[in-house]
Write a protein that binds this ligand. Structure first.
Ligand SMILES: [Zn+2]
Ligand SMILES: [Zn+2]
Length: 234
């Protein structure tokens, strides 16, 4: 049953998860780097990092910066398995995608790939939040999900609080492709689904593997794009 009140402001919501006003505020277009989705204060096409070096994906689309209420909703989904929070995030990112991309662009995508969790972590948490988000997006946009193809076989220490260099090292060979699924990937256009992208180390590590396997193009869709605080960057 859907709540009669907006999950966020408690005003009447017309049988939707959130009211029209909240929806409008949350889907406000961001001023961000067209390549990596990093939030920019001034209106320019690319961030400083992307001018210097390129990520391995073609484009990252983020619903929002890592801020309230998104940060809270993500934590409620991830650590408390609050499915209503997940449902809301899934709805919002899908709406944001259909506003940002044309139908023709969306139809060219072959698969959604949720960032895999290590099987121990998945057992611990009981589910993979990126898989849940992928299912919600997949249902709306009718793009199939690529499952059982990429494995996270190394249990990496938490990325949070690590510098960019350490994040990259932490992820060396963290993922692998199931050998009998390699042929599925050749020449495909894949969109990686993640909840929060910070340095992009995780998605770049996945991209490297996918490109080696012959994937043609990779985009990234995530709920939040954030940056490491400047002093922690090196
Ligand atoms: Zn509201
Ligand atoms: Zn950028």
């Amino acid at each position: 049953m859907l709540p009669a009140q907006c999950l966020l402001c408690h005003l009447p919501s017309n049988d939707k998860l959130i009211c029209e006003h909240c929806q409008k505020v949350l889907l406000k277009p961001r001023s961000c780097c067209q390549h990596c989705g990093l939030s920019l204060l001034i209106s320019q096409p690319f961030c400083g990092d992307c001018i210097k070096q390129s990520h391995l994906f073609t484009q990252l689309h983020a619903l929002a910066d890592y801020q309230v209420p998104f940060s809270i909703l993500i934590k409620q989904l991830k650590y408390k398995k609050n499915l209503l929070a997940g449902e809301l995030l899934g709805q919002l990112i899908t709406q944001s995608i259909t506003r940002h991309f044309t139908n023709t662009e969306i139809q060219q995508i072959d698969y959604l790939l949720p960032v895999p969790l290590h099987h121990k972590k998945q057992r611990q948490r009981g589910f993979n939040q990126t898989q849940l988000l992928s299912h919600l997006i997949s249902k709306q946009l009718t793009i199939p999900i690529l499952l059982e193809t990429v494995k996270r076989h190394k249990q990496t220490t938490a990325q949070e609080g690590l510098s960019l260099q350490k994040r990259k090292k932490n992820l060396n060979n963290a993922f692998s492709i199931t050998p009998d699924r390699v042929n599925t990937l050749k020449g495909t256009y894949i969109v990686i689904i993640d909840d929060v992208v910070t340095t992009g180390a995780t998605v770049n590590s996945l991209c490297q593997l996918l490109l080696q396997a012959g994937v043609k193009q990779i985009d990234v869709w995530c709920i939040c794009r954030t940056a490491l605080p400047a002093q922690k960057n090196r």
